[in-house]
Ligand binder design. Structure first.
Ligand SMILES: Cc1ncc(COP(=O)(O)O)c(C=O)c1O
Length: 302
């Protein structure tokens, strides 16, 4: 199906695309104009298999009638209502349904507009949690090299993708990073979780010794990283991170923006790997990518 939306290369100057070689793109634009199931349709009418599910967004496939009908119905019935002091029953129903499929121990949901905003929210909640318990010195945030946590200041600061970080100067203060776990020399050709690398979680002890546990609010990692290659956690790594964070009173945040909503087979990576964090950030698959929306899940304690 060729839709009548062939781009005119002279009309592409206003929109500057993120994470894209813009001049190259605009010389030879690749436009998707429709989608169904597992395929996109290009402006030339070519079918393209969506092998990354819209970069981990469209977990249920494209343009599912149940989803598009629900959106159309809701937009016609109540398009927007303020989110403070007033509510909508479906927001509460959705939270309950998320908790139903979440790992046991996750009890609360806080909505956001994206994965990036979920990350900022979780980092802020971590600092606020400690302050509320009289531990206001716990403001330090620990991320990991090669990590991706979106495009806002907090997320870039705890993230570990050099090209995303280096243009923004010092970013957030009080941030440190665990080493990444990509060890091709030891783990090449591994099927499933790599055998080597759990010891890299012990680096957290070094960071705690350097800064003092009483200054550290949270550690954030993707349980399975997906932005500098698909990097599975080494066997035992997440368990070790959980044990060390617990020992030092540090919150553990799993960034499940990619892994949430069935990506690994279980609803969340926390269930797949059997490790319960204190908070989980989600987005993408939450709405099948159709509506910009995210959610932070927390334990009752947080
Ligand atoms: C692990 C992770 N965290 C956060 C984000 C940011 O999500 P969003 O693009 O919805 O802001 C992404 C996006 O790819 C991600 O993969």
């Amino acid at each position: 199906m060729a839709l009548d939306r062939k781009p005119n290369p002279n009309d592409l100057s206003a929109f500057w695309m993120p994470f894209t070689a813009n001049r190259q793109f605009k010389k030879a634009p690749r436009m998707f104009v429709a989608a169904e199931g597992m395929h996109y349709t290009t402006s030339e009418g070519r079918q393209v298999l969506d092998g990354t599910a819209g970069l981990w967004c469209c977990n249920a496939g494209h343009c599912r009638p149940k989803i598009t009908e629900a959106i159309a119905r809701q937009a016609a019935e109540l398009d927007y209502a303020p989110a403070f002091q007033m509510g909508h029953p479906i927001a509460f129903e959705l939270a309950n349904r998320i908790i139903e499929i979440a790992p046991k121990g996750m009890e609360h949901v806080f909505y956001t507009n994206s994965g990036s905003e979920s990350v900022e929210t979780a980092l802020k909640l971590a600092i606020a949690y400690h302050r509320a318990r009289g531990e206001g010195a716990r403001t330090r945030l620990i991320g990991r090299e090669r990590g991706y946590h979106g495009v806002n200041f907090g997320g870039i600061s705890v993230g570990g993708i050099v090209t995303n970080r280096k243009v923004f100067g010092t970013l957030l203060g009080g941030v440190d990073h665990l080493p990444h776990t990509h060890l091709p020399a030891l783990n090449a050709f591994t099927k499933g979780q790599p055998e080597h690398g759990a010891n890299l979680a012990d680096e957290l002890e070094r960071i705690v010794a350097l800064h003092g546990a009483e200054t550290i609010a949270a550690v954030i990692v993707e349980p399975m990283a997906g932005s500098t290659g698909v990097l599975l956690p080494p066997k035992g790594y997440l368990e070790k991170l959980r044990a060390i964070t617990r020992k030092h009173g540090i919150l553990l945040i799993f960034d499940e923006v990619i892994t949430g909503f069935g990506r690994l087979g279980s609803a969340f990576a926390a269930q797949h790997f059997g490790v319960l964090p204190d908070m989980m950030t989600t987005a993408k698959g939450l709405t099948n990518g159709v509506i910009p929306m995210g959610a932070v899940l927390t334990t009752a304690e947080v």
